[in-house]
Design a protein around this ligand. Structure first.
Ligand code: FAD
Ligand code: DHB
Length: 394
């Protein structure tokens, strides 16, 4: 017989969406229990996104989660866009009054774990066989095994925050859901390197050999990406080959700019996908973050979208569970999807503008688009508004 546990909100997944949701619910006096497949150490160390948009930082500040971010993060005014022979800075602050922060998702996750641990949040790590049940009823529950014990977690609602491979997405019957998907014919090879960044702000570079990007994590750690074909074996890319390709694509030597190489401490290949599943609610199961949608990483939106979802979901669930008021819960999916589709479009647009497809006609269109964005106030402002991020609830 499984042990029976009870809470108000059962959260599946302790990534940024699940952890932040539990924090926001607790601030409204709502209790939750989190069930996570991985260990706490694994979740805290996972290397992923690096850019926080304006409204993400505002939200973290408003709930007391931005102290270390403000001490150790780096506020950026904009980004560089470039193609061979030209580099342009697009200033977001001048155009929108909004900045972005370089503060890795790994750090956000560590801050969330520390805050939830300090508050005594119950998290079942290393859970297996996690399954949401009876989500169409008023009495949904999640079953799972943790520490060799079978559990049945009963709740008023279930929040599916378990990313793109978790069980929540597929707990919605196919007849009541619709999915949209785009797969891209390229991937990113990402590296972390123990070397001071060679740039003050991020560089997004179009190049005939393929896209390259220079990002960073701190004054001593750089994060860089290269467009590579899908299915590229990582062994084909020695450290020397990676630095050589980055130097070529990022324009080492042009106008005196230099790319400083250094020891590579992490190397991985990331596939790229656009995906949306609608609606983001089925009965008493609510989806948030990557469980409902995926964007290709070029617009730096994945983490920010997860945060925006739970910023809407927390008050909706608090009303539903706390007083039975279903108005925000009923509006959640439609409201969240407005922003999701804006970010899906922006991420697709940045991706297809900057990655080479091998088609010379596409290349001419991309260069024309880049020249327009960098020379037209309207073009630059459109990019700035989307990159620095729209207000929560847009
Ligand atoms: P996740 O962070 O995926 O969290 C989901 C959680 O659910 C995880 O902790 C997972 O272990 C847990 N889980 C999964 N299955 C189960 C289960 N069966 N039971 C219980 N728990 C489960 N975005 C960018 O903007 N820029 C980037 O450079 C970038 N790089 C990325 C690199 C990688 C390898 C990946 C996967 C994503 C990247 N993203 C990037 C996207 C960004 O990291 C995500 O959008 C963000 O993590 C979404 O947060 P989330 O909480 O919704 O999902
Ligand atoms: C990073 C990742 C992105 O996808 C992006 O657009 C900008 C920065 C990063 O990992 O630093």
């Amino acid at each position: 017989m499984p042990t029976t546990l009870r809470t108000q909100v059962a959260i599946v997944g302790a990534g940024p969406a699940g952890m932040l949701l539990s924090h926001l619910l607790a601030a409204r006096g709502i209790e939750s229990v989190i069930v996570e497949a991985r260990s706490e150490e694994y979740v805290a160390a996972r290397i992923r996104a690096g850019i926080l948009e304006h409204s993400t930082v505002e939200l973290l500040r408003s709930v007391g989660l931005a102290d270390r971010l403000e001490r150790e993060g780096d506020e950026h005014r904009g980004i560089y866009l470039q193609w061979p022979t030209e580099r342009h800075h697009i200033d977001f602050v001048d155009r929108t009054g909004r900045s972005v922060w370089v503060y890795g998702q790994t750090e956000v996750q560590k801050d969330l774990i520390a805050a939830r641990n300090a508050a005594g949040q119950q998290v079942y790590y290393q859970a297996s066989e996690v399954v949401p049940h009876d989500v169409e009823s008023e009495t949904p529950y999640v079953t799972f095994t943790a520490g060799g014990v079978d559990h049945r977690l009963e709740a008023a609602v279930i929040a599916g925050c378990d990313g793109s491979f978790g069980p929540s997405r597929s707990a919605v019957p196919a007849e009541v859901t619709q999915t949209w998907e785009r797969v891209y014919p390229y991937s990113w090879l990402g590296i972390l390197a123990d070397v001071a960044p060679s740039t003050d702000e991020l560089i997004y570079a179009w190049h005939p050999d393929g896209f390259a990007m220079h990002s960073m994590r701190s004054a001593t750690v750089s994060r860089l990406y290269l467009q590579v074909p899908n299915g590229t074996p990582i062994e084909e890319w020695s450290d020397d080959r990676i630095w050589e390709a980055l130097a070529t694509r990022l324009g080492h030597g042009q106008d005196g700019w230099k790319l400083n190489p250094g020891p590579i401490t992490d190397k991985s290949v990331l596939p790229m996908r656009s995906y949306v599943q609608t609606p983001m609610r089925h009965g008493r199961l609510f989806l948030a973050g990557d469980a409902a949608h995926i964007v290709p990483p070029t617009g730096a939106k994945g983490l920010n979208l997860a945060v925006a979802d739970v910023a809407l979901l927390a008050p909706a669930l608090a009303d539903l569970v706390g007083s039975g008021d279903a108005r925000l819960a009923d509006a959640y999916s439609d409201r969240a999807l407005r922003r999701v589709w804006r970010c899906e479009h922006f991420s697709w647009w940045m991706t297809t503008m900057l990655h080479t497809s091998g088609d010379p006609f596409d290349a001419q269109l991309q260069l024309s688009q880049l020249r327009w964005v960098c020379s037209s106030e309207a073009g630059a402002t459109g990019l700035a508004e989307n990159y620095a991020g729209l207000p929560i609830g847009f």
